[in-house]
Design a protein around this ligand. Structure first.
Ligand SMILES: [Zn+2]
Length: 337
């Protein structure tokens, strides 16, 4: 739920010494935006969107905040957070430095090393150490400004979650969300998905079949590598299809996983009233406000060519089995082992 930011910058939630951060890890187009929006409506929770983009898309490219402010510097929440994190430096200079370090960490050949070294809690790698330090300051500034007990970060990639996993001042949890890759790839290929956002009409990016398949697999393999390094009780797996079939019950399970004794923010079994939020970057759906019904989107079953559905299964069957999906394209969600 959106915290009230008063004139002094002190949020209305009670303060805690160690902020909980929930990292949402999973391939894009897996329903992570709607899940994060729902979690952000929970009392004491703050949905910050994809925090990894704060520097480049937020500060350097000047994109709008989820609250409708034309830039993060014009937003009452982020302007205070950025002021604290910058500590007297020019915010865009710091953003250029951190943006560069994050790009270095994102190189394909660096990804597993980032997961390994970041989760270990310290590193001799200057780019990683710089990102670790600024992430720690950023989360503590967000908690201080808003008073949020739980910060939900939907950066989606395992290496970004790994950085937070290695921070001493954070009580860190990971929610790994997976959706049938055929649905994800169909969504990436669609060219008609336009959302009218607070900052004008925005069209979702599109991507071809093979690049989408590679991205889906890489994201899952990164998640598996991170899972091996996470302490017990800090990792939860959710399939999009199970969330869409029982949204309220799934969110109740997530709140219990986080040790949060608060009710799921639903007005009935599948409807949530979304308030404005302060998300950094991400899917244009992040600007949605008002009542939203969580419903399964299975358009791909009717519109995706059958040969593509078969190709998805041929290319991803080991992970499909691991995540409890059926290899039969007529009956997709199997029982999870
Ligand atoms: Zn804002």
């Amino acid at each position: 739920m959106l915290p009230h930011i008063d004139a002094s910058g002190a949020g209305s939630f009670r303060g805690v010494s160690r902020t909980k951060v929930l990292s949402i890890v999973g391939p894009g187009r897996s329903g992570t935006t709607i899940l994060t929006s729902v979690l952000g409506q929970t009392e004491g929770f703050l949905n910050v969107g994809e925090l990894r983009w704060l520097w480049r898309r937020g500060l350097l490219e000047g994109r709008a905040c989820g609250c409708g402010a034309p830039s993060l510097q014009a937003c009452p929440l982020w302007s205070r957070v950025i002021e604290k994190v910058s500590a007297g430096r020019v915010a865009t200079d710091l953003a250029a430095e951190i943006g560069g370090a994050l790009e270095e960490l994102a190189w394909r050949r660096h990804r597993l090393r980032v997961i390994r070294e970041a989760t270990a809690g310290s590193s001799q790698w200057p780019a990683l150490e710089q990102v670790r330090q600024v992430s720690e300051g950023l989360i503590s500034a967000i908690a201080e400004v808003t008073g949020a007990r739980v910060v939900v970060d939907s950066s989606k990639r395992a290496q970004d979650a790994a950085v937070i996993a290695g921070l001493d001042e954070v009580e860190h949890y990971v929610l790994h969300m997976v959706r049938d890759p055929a649905a994800v790839i169909h969504s990436w290929q669609r060219r008609d998905k336009t959302t009218h956002a607070a900052d004008g009409a925005r069209t979702m990016a599109t991507r071809g079949f093979l690049p989408s398949m590679v991205r889906w697999s890489e994201n899952c393999l990164g998640a598996e590598a991170l899972h091996q390094r996470m302490p017990g009780g800090r990792w939860m797996f959710v399939r999009y299809e199970d969330f869409a079939a029982a949204p309220r019950a799934t969110v109740a399970r997530i709140l219990s996983f986080l040790g949060e004794d608060v009710p799921p923010p639903f007005v009935d079994e599948d409807t949530v009233v979304l308030d404005v939020n302060h998300t950094v970057a991400g899917n244009p759906n992040r600007f949605r406000v008002g009542p939203v019904q969580v419903r399964a989107d299975d358009e791909w079953r009717r519109r995706m060519p059958h040969r593509q559905q078969l190709a998805v299964r041929a290319l991803s069957w080991p992970l499909l089995l691991r995540y409890g999906y059926s290899l039969d394209t007529r009956s997709v969600v199997g029982a999870r082992a």
